[in-house]
Design a protein around this ligand. Structure first.
Ligand code: IPD
Ligand code: CA
Ligand code: CA
Length: 265
């Protein structure tokens, strides 16, 4: 059993084991819907933005469980919004990759992070179909299925595999990432669009992908995955190279190709 996370700023009492259990329990709910997709209602929140009854059910479970177990924290979920207290809060995406989920694809995940006074102190991303659970506590490393993980050793952008997403298309932005994607694609060996930003960040942490970038995400998409990538030795910046967590412009790398990819952003 891991030690409770004790941050300098606040005494908190969340353990890795407890967070792993609650996100796995949420995964069971998700898989029950996933195995019965023909009867799962899919709705449109907006053009190019879907929500299913599975998203709602998973979030309801996480909200009820986390606010009962940890009444000292607020809750911000993608589907139910923000509770009163937002200085210390759970930040939850019940299904990251809803479109993939609704099509019966494997690449979707559940993302749960705890933010205390603006600092992500613990986070987990669980991909139920893959049965891969990524977790990190601030300052204590990143883990996949209980094993310590680290970013890749790739030092040459030309040999790198990168991933991105197109949230910007949903918002009809003029900077739609397409030119950037083509520019970087011509300078790298592999390019992937998996469909779950939370999982993209964990793949950087696990060395499966050497860099990931995306614009126009939300904190709930990236809070847990960014901590996991950082604790695995990755860099987290915006597209100008400013260090930090910028959901609207997130660039995660293995650190070794950062100087090569930054000028292409
Ligand atoms: C989506 C995924 C996808 C990203 C989209 C997000 P959702 O999350 O993270 O990879 O490109 O922009 O909205 O909507 O399925 O929770
Ligand atoms: Ca999401
Ligand atoms: Ca979602």
């Amino acid at each position: 059993m891991s030690n409770p996370v004790v941050s300098e700023a606040a005494q908190i009492r969340v353990t890795r084991a407890a967070l792993e259990k609650v996100i796995r329990d949420a995964g069971v709910i998700g898989m029950n819907y996933f195995k019965n997709l023909k009867n799962v209602e899919v709705n449109k929140k907006a053009a190019r933005d879907f929500v299913t009854e599975a998203d709602v059910a998973i979030e309801a479970f996480l909200k009820e469980t986390l606010t009962r177990e940890y009444p000292e924290y607020g809750f911000w979920g993608e589907e139910s919004g923000q509770s009163a207290d937002q200085t210390s809060r759970w930040v939850v995406d019940p299904i990251d990759g809803t479109h993939s989920f609704s099509k019966g694809q494997y690449c979707w995940s559940i993302s749960v992070a705890l933010e205390i006074d603006g600092d992500i102190v613990i986070g987990a991303v669980y991909a139920p179909v893959l049965n891969d659970l990524y977790i990190a506590e601030k300052g204590k490393g990143a883990f996949k299925n209980g094993e310590r993980i680290a970013v890749s050793d790739e030092t040459n952008l030309g040999d790198a595999m990168v991933a991105t997403g197109f949230a910007c298309l949903r918002n009809y932005l003029t900077d739609n990432n397409l030119e950037r994607f083509c520019r970087i694609a011509q300078q790298t060996t592999g390019q992937r669009r998996f469909g779950s930003a939370a999982l993209d960040l964990c793949l950087v942490a696990d060395g499966q992908v050497d860099a990931f970038w995306e614009q126009e995400l939300n904190l709930y998409d990236v809070a847990a995955g960014a901590l996991i990538a950082q604790e695995a030795g990755g860099t987290l910046t915006d597209f100008k190279g400013n260090p930090g967590l910028f959901p609207k412009q997130i660039l995660a790398t293995n650190g070794k190709i950062f100087d090569q990819i930054l000028p292409l952003m």
